[in-house]
Design a protein around this ligand. Structure first.
Ligand code: PMP
Ligand code: GLN
Length: 385
């Protein structure tokens, strides 16, 4: 269609299609195994699917309340308190969102003003930076330290100033699979004490943490929780990324601002899914069992890759495995990921795209939320590269 010359001054001049869409499209075109975009290649529990269907057949098809179905908010608050001790009032401190992405956008849009600085850790999940830039904020980057991708809190301290409005943390971490310890959160508590700095804690992989470690939710740390938006997603927990339902927890005063934006951003979220999740959340074993389920997949994938020319990094949480390929090629990671997809038929995600300056350490991210047969096929191919 011809378009008139709108002379649009792009608000996001650097942004193109996300790497997830690009690599998934390439995987489909090349008929490659898709270990790029993070989603399972298997379905969630049939009972959960039946619960959505039942809700649809029993008239639960109109707008849900703006903040989410009360039964679901109650279930979320109860789960949070049982696991992390943090107490959130379902009426005023829990909001159901259209996935974690919307919760993140809304929390940033509701609180970050023009000229405010927001500290991010790189490599950073891709949706933080554009949200900050759209509202006129300034992303400030602190690099996670190799080889374990840990936060250097001294470096963070140096970046904090009068304009610092928010710090975004993410544990378990996408794309690296690292996790924050209680000590990390204590450091953050110390750094922010007495300031007005807000925390956005992206905890979408809260139940996918391995080797007996406990997830250190901000909701365990009262002094942090009072200044934090804690965000999670049912997509990761229940193998239902396409349903796009997540939530945000925050103290009432912060949540009041969050909801002002949320109500004009999406207003409310898919009702039948909320009915189903409210019921399904009662089955503790389903979310508590997730760590063993994915640890088995991590261990399988890692054991199948031993002896290959890829360098295996350690995954402490999330469903991503990083593989270095310095012994195989000196190509840039984007080029290598594309070639691996086209020539070898395995798609992955290059890590440089998660750095502000496209720092390339020649590392790729592979999603192991896949059937064992998919992981076996992928590993067989990767062994030969
Ligand atoms: N944060 C992180 C770290 C993620 O990996 C993802 C996506 N998987 C999201 C947020 C977005 O979650 P959702 O699909 O619920 O919007
Ligand atoms: N979170 C998913 C990943 O890291 C991608 C979600 C998306 O495509 N936006 O792969």
């Amino acid at each position: 269609m011809p378009s008139f010359n709108a002379s649009l001054h792009s608000k996001l001049p650097k942004v193109g299609q996300t790497i997830f869409s690009t690599m998934s499209a390439l995987a489909a075109k090349e008929n490659a195994l898709n270990l790029s975009q993070g989603f399972p290649d298997f379905d969630g529990h049939q009972d959960l699917i039946d619960l959505v269907y039942k809700a649809m057949c029993s008239g639960k098809n109109q707008y849900a309340p703006m903040a989410g179905l009360p039964a679901l908010r109650e279930a979320i608050a109860a789960k949070t308190e049982a696991l992390y001790t943090g107490k959130y009032d379902p009426d005023t401190e829990v909001t159901v969102t259209a996935g974690a992405t919307q919760a993140i956008f809304t929390a940033i849009a509701a609180t970050v003003n023009e000229g405010d600085e927001v500290i991010l850790f790189t490599p950073a999940y891709d949706c933080y930076e554009p949200a900050i830039e759209l509202v006129g904020g300034k992303p400030v980057y602190v690099q996670l330290e190799a080889p374990e991708y840990r936060i250097n809190w001294e470096a963070v301290k140096k970046m904090i100033n009068q304009r610092t409005k928010m710090i975004i943390i993410n544990s378990p971490h996408n794309p690296t699979g690292s996790i924050l310890s209680a000590h990390d959160l204590q450091q953050l508590e110390k750094l922010t004490e007495g300031s007005n700095i807000l925390i956005l804690s992206d905890e979408v992989y809260e139940h996918i943490i391995f080797d007996g470690y406990e997830h250190q939710s901000v909701a365990r740390f009262p002094k942090l929780a009072e200044r934090s938006f804690v965000i999670s997603s049912f997509g990761k927990t229940y193998h239902t990324t396409g349903w796009k339902v997540g939530y945000c927890l925050a103290p009432a005063e912060l949540m009041k601002e969050f909801r002002k934006t949320h109500q004009y951003n999406v207003f409310s979220v898919h009702t039948p899914s909320q009915v189903a999740y409210a019921e399904f959340l009662k089955r503790e074993q389903e979310f508590l069992g997730l760590r063993d389920f994915y640890q088995e997949k991590r261990d399988l994938f890692v054991s199948l890759l031993e002896g290959s020319r890829f360098e295996l990094k350690h995954t402490a949480g999330s469903y991503f495995q990083l593989l270095g390929y310095k012994k195989i090629s000196d190509e840039k990671d984007v080029e290598f990921a594309v070639r691996l997809t086209k020539e070898h038929k395995v798609a992955s995600i290059p890590i440089s795209v998660f750095y502000n300056q496209n720092l390339d350490n020649q590392v790729l991210r592979f999603c192991f939320a896949k059937q064992n047969s998919t992981l076996e096929q992928a590993a067989e191919i990767l062994q030969k590269v």
